[in-house]
Write a protein that binds this ligand. Sequence first.
Ligand SMILES: C[S@@+](CC[C@H](N)C(=O)[O-])C[C@H]1O[C@@H](n2cnc3c(N)ncnc32)[C@H](O)[C@@H]1O
Length: 249
Amino acid sequence: MRSIPIALMIIPSIITCWAQPHRFADYVESTITSLADVPPPVGPGVQDAWRQTDALIAAYWSSGDGFDGKDGKEYTYGEVTGVGVRQLANAMGVPSAEDSSINFYDLGSGVARLVIQMVLDNPAAINKSVGVELSKERHDVASSALSRIRASDYSSDLLSKVELSNADALKFDFSDATHIYISSLCLPRSVLEALQDIIFTLDGVRVVAALNRLDKLEVSSEWDEGQDVPLRMTWGAGSAKIYRKRTGE
Ligand SMILES: C[S@@+](CC[C@H](N)C(=O)[O-])C[C@H]1O[C@@H](n2cnc3c(N)ncnc32)[C@H](O)[C@@H]1O
């Protein structure tokens, strides 16, 4: 019964916007923006844990970390925000996975906020969380933050599940991965294709996420079609494609 008044409120605004294309575009953009701001629904206990993780990230990284422009803002660089990491984890099925069943890899991990938040937000599900970063400068920022946290009051056994490598993802062994996130906007098409070829050879990979369409997975009969999910990025509302391997059940 409650859905009728809501429909009565929404439908006229869609019709009004549709009749005026620029207003319809604004309506779509604002709807997508607000979806990208919504964290997954969780109970109060989890929200308290999230607040601690947010405080830790704010304490050990500065907002300009990873950005190498003169003013600390290189506009070709961008990251998944704290809310976005939660949206991504939820869409990849991380919080509901069995204990210690996930080997998470971030291929192109930047300053590793995402890799570390993934463990702190999902302590039971994650077996290890691995960041692979090509840039030595960003890898050094990531390693320094991790070392300082390990030496601090925040230190937690969970951080032993984090591994950071300064390497080219294409040459890195991620053969035990179960869940992979690729910052695909930063990677040339040839690298993305080569990564998908490697993923096809790995039996244990169950879920792959990327910021844009992965053409080879998209047409593979072994993988479901990519599912779009809203993701809050540092540059605003974004979205990710989530690919799940077919189980044959
Ligand atoms: C924009 S950052 C993303 C950081 C983090 N994954 C996130 O989404 O919040 C992408 C990173 O990919 C790195 N990168 C580009 N090509 C790579 C490669 N072949 N192997 C590993 N890292 C690479 C870049 O140096 C950059 O730091």
